[in-house]
Design a protein around this ligand. Sequence first.
Ligand code: C2G
Length: 764
Amino acid sequence: MKVSVIITYHGEQAFLSDCLISLKEQTVKPDEIILVNIDGQEADLTACDLEIKSVTCSENNIYQARNMGIKAAEGDYILFLDADDYLMPEAIALLNDEIEKEGPANLVAKVRQTWYSRKFFMDKIAEEEEESDQDEEDSEENPEEEIHEVTGKVFQDADTRRLFGGTKSDMQNISILGILFNLENLKKQEIYFPEDMEYFGDGVFLAKVLNSKFKFNYLHDDLVYIKRKHNDPVNLPSLLQCKDKWKFMEFSLAFKEVVGVMDQETKDSYLRFFAYKYIKYVNRNFLEELAQGKDDEAKGNGIGDRTTKPYKKKEAVAFMLEAVKLIPDSPEFKSMTSGYYYKIYRLLKDENLSKALKLHINTNRKNVLKQLLTKRSKLKRFLYKKFFAKMKLQENLVMLESFFGKNYSDSPKYIFEYLNEKHPGEYKYVWVRSTRKLDLPYKAKQVKRFSLRYFYAMARAKYFVFNGRQPVYFIKRKGMKFLETWHGTPLKKLVFDMDDVTTASPLYKRDFYIQASKWDYLVAPNAFSRDIFSHAFMYNGDYLETGYPRNDIFYLSDQEKEKRIREIKDELGIDQNKKVILYAPTWRDDEFYGHAQYKFTLRLDLDRLREKFGQEYVIVLRTHYFIADQLDVSAYEGFAYDASRYDDIARLYLISDILITDYSSVFFDYANLRRPMLFFTYDLEKYESVLRGFYFDVKEELPGPMLFDNDEIIDAIENIDQVSEEYKDKYDRFLDKFCSWEDGTATQEAVEVVFEGKALSPKK
Ligand code: C2G
């Protein structure tokens, strides 16, 4: 048998190479590859040396493109492959074998969704397999999800569930991806996709194939098709992520067409599954929209907005009622729709829209009330939105937050202190804290993050000064000013410059976009960062080209610095006569327990370091604020100090004679002290190629040596003067590029603009 793969391409060049490589690496190659360029988009095919037949579809329509693929195909079977997806290496071989074994059929294979690129995904799969070899149970932390793995009474057997995309309401979840279709049957029965549709054509196509009575078989065990979820719905929303009001209208049309193409026997077997999805969709989207009384214009955060065809609400209502009428009231349908959906269905079938709407609203209210009574977090957000955010803004209230309230540190700390010194009594302050209370030198209220008092402050403070990100649902009220100080010059690629989002939150890009659009000022430590922030954050607001307020401390007088060093060493219990090595690594995106809960394993050999340098040095260990693992230094008393929970890392820099770090932005700040730095980059390859990638060539530009094991670390410390000498030129160039805006006045300049109304002064 011959298999034709039909790729539909719509400008997803960033993803296409994964798709092509997955074909190139098939253990059994497809007999034919057809690439349909939608909307005339030209694809770069260099990632694959297999023969590819290109076809051009001049319209911007996926269904027309797929139909062109069907017409061009010459195999016995076809497999559709979206250009942003990819196949497992054994895919074609498995499909082939099964057809050979079981005879002609449409073959439904296993599909999995992922947020990741092929390389990262394959590594994860390999890890999973290794894990499941040791432990049969699947890891719960795996953010991948098997499509269609939904249980319940609606789709009682796994095969039907797979075919209809589980119980999710959207008919877009009914997908023909991962199904091998018998081409002769399609051609004989003239089965094509509906070209007047944008979103729901798969369902119609599937209904036609089901009606052709050509057998469906199922491949249960092995994964075949990998469907990639777009992590950047801002720049490249997938059809599922598009918000288009036309979707609702089209769903009614599609549903009618589904009913229309089925004969009685097919209807008896399958119609209720489509109908179930339709009623759920009507309830969730359409009735909800009517209930909220929104006007015809699409509203929202502007992400993924698309307007295909305008229509009137009245028209849509009429279409919907007609479509519902086509659903036969069978006992099977009644039993699968449960009480509520069945009632909605009955009311709509009787054209009693107002009663259906009332039922929808009342049920929703009851659900909301139940949630408010049982979930405190929901109640707080409700009060925030409905009441607090409508109260008067407090003109002199400043809310501050550093590292999600974990400590009193970073630029917000220095802005707070400066404001108190320069404008005593003029402002009131609220500091956000996490679990422990902050030790503040001036009067301020402290609110625990996500407590009711936090929401209250969030609604009323005119100023918000912070170095991370505010909650996505933070309402930026008129008159509010957001001063985002951020927390480091970027080395690791950030947000929109990252291809893969390998962190715990795959919706990072979308959320970031919403958050950054609310900032008024963003502090830029240097021109390099400013330029990167503008594309990596897609930020269009004003920059404070001041350097970092947190770095002013390095420009105090030598005498003042000496005084502080003595204080800090005393505070930490460090011998005044010992020199200090600070080890401050960053976090690893792919090693986490959960959101903002990352793992860390210490690779420094403390025994050897103590043996070698214990007389002269102590070592201060400082993990990143995302790290949940605690270090145990109890066996190294008097030599190793765990300062991971110490408030302000700038004070640790001040007492350190040598910094050891890796890919953390700490070194951009530390450089201001002009002291030696070593880079312990034991996982460079993974970090660079799989995780993030860097903004510059670290081998060329780092102002110190990259070291890969403890031998090299020890050697470098032993010869630190020689190392400094060797890196002198690089250090100077580094200072020039990253620290030239720093002169000890950043805090003052930032306050002048944000609080005193002075004009911005760009550094250029
Ligand atoms: N930090 C710290 N202790 C560490 C590492 C970092 O206190 N062991 C603080 C430093 O102030 C540092 C900031 O956290 O500048 C940011 O840490 P990074 O390691 O650079 O990582 P990340 O939080 O991902 O910041 O543009 C900023 C960076 O690119 C991203």
